[in-house]
Write a protein that binds this ligand. Sequence first.
Ligand code: FAD
Length: 339
Amino acid sequence: MTLELRERISLRPYNTLGVEACARWFAEARDDRDVFAADQAASHLGLPVMALGGGSNLLLTRDVEALVLHVCSSGVRVLSDDGEQVLIEAEAGEVWHPFVMQTLQMGLAGLENLSLIPGTVGAAPVQNIGAYGVEFSNVCAGLTALDRNSGRLHDFTPGECEFAYRDSRFKHEPGRWLILRVRFSLQRTFHSRLEYGPLRQRLAMQGIERPTPLDVSQAICAIRSEKLPDPKVLGNAGSFFKNPVVSVAEAGRLSREHPGLMAYPQVDGRVKLAAGWLIERAGWKGFREGDAGVHQMQALVLVNHGQATGSQLLRLAKLIEADIVERFGIHLEMEPILV
Ligand SMILES: Cc1cc2nc3c(=O)[nH]c(=O)nc-3n(C[C@H](O)[C@H](O)[C@H](O)COP(=O)(O)OP(=O)(O)OC[C@H]3O[C@@H](n4cnc5c(N)ncnc54)[C@H](O)[C@@H]3O)c2cc1C
């Protein structure tokens, strides 16, 4: 089948914030051939390609003058299995949570803490998704991407991806790399990661002393469903700001000035602050201006109550950022990708 190019398509159904923006051109890629065809079509049109997965980490503030390529490829395969370590490859369009569940049902550990994160496998490396003490980079065994500069496929090692906290090289080279498939190194033996207090407490409440990966996944799904608004009900992109990482001296100054400051020492000797705590302390929780707002229960989550535009959400984000600088001297950084 040839690639179907559609002109001027509304992206509202394709982003979890539910904001309106129009794609100049739009196509769906089900396999590598579609991706190569889209790459060529975009070159003929003189436009960039913007890969789109589940649209759960995007803030669209205007129409997108690009060929928006909705990556819908599917397929999961075992590349090797030595009885303990299993190398799995998944196509970029696989939806993340069902893929996680598939690996757990195969008896493999490694992805349980990343349960219920929206989006696709292909987008996971872009911001090095993370939750409950685990990051994508902890299980990444490499990936294959099309380089739009050379028209060639490139196999990345994890090191070449330059992963950092909610960051990778793909975030800094927008439009260059189209990720086609991702490889994961998973284990049969389970080494639980239960540093996160509420997770330990929930398992303890259930009387589970030695949890299986599935127990951990279920506990995390339950906590996440209580804590985060469902984008199908209330438009949002999850955490809107990264947690700022500061020096020990700065964290010390802040906790003297602001008793109760939530701060977590990091392995590199610095300290991660809870951005949600700063925003809540500054009084933004539940704030609403028109349809752009801050969630009632979770200050880190900006929400679209209905008809908010991307620009209105961005304006609100900028007001919050400026206020946090003024009150705490801390610069917040947005987590979703600004288009
Ligand atoms: C309720 C909620 C909870 C969330 N919780 C978390 C969380 O706990 N941890 C976390 O890290 N994130 C979280 N997120 C953010 C989001 O789910 C992740 O960033 C996810 O990986 C985005 O996937 P996506 O397919 O929706 O990407 P999209 O939003 O479609 O795209 C994001 C970026 O990746 C690029 N991209 C997408 N696919 C490809 C591809 N195949 N090749 C190259 N580039 C590509 C896009 O161009 C864009 O720049 C949450 C979001 C929501 C709405």
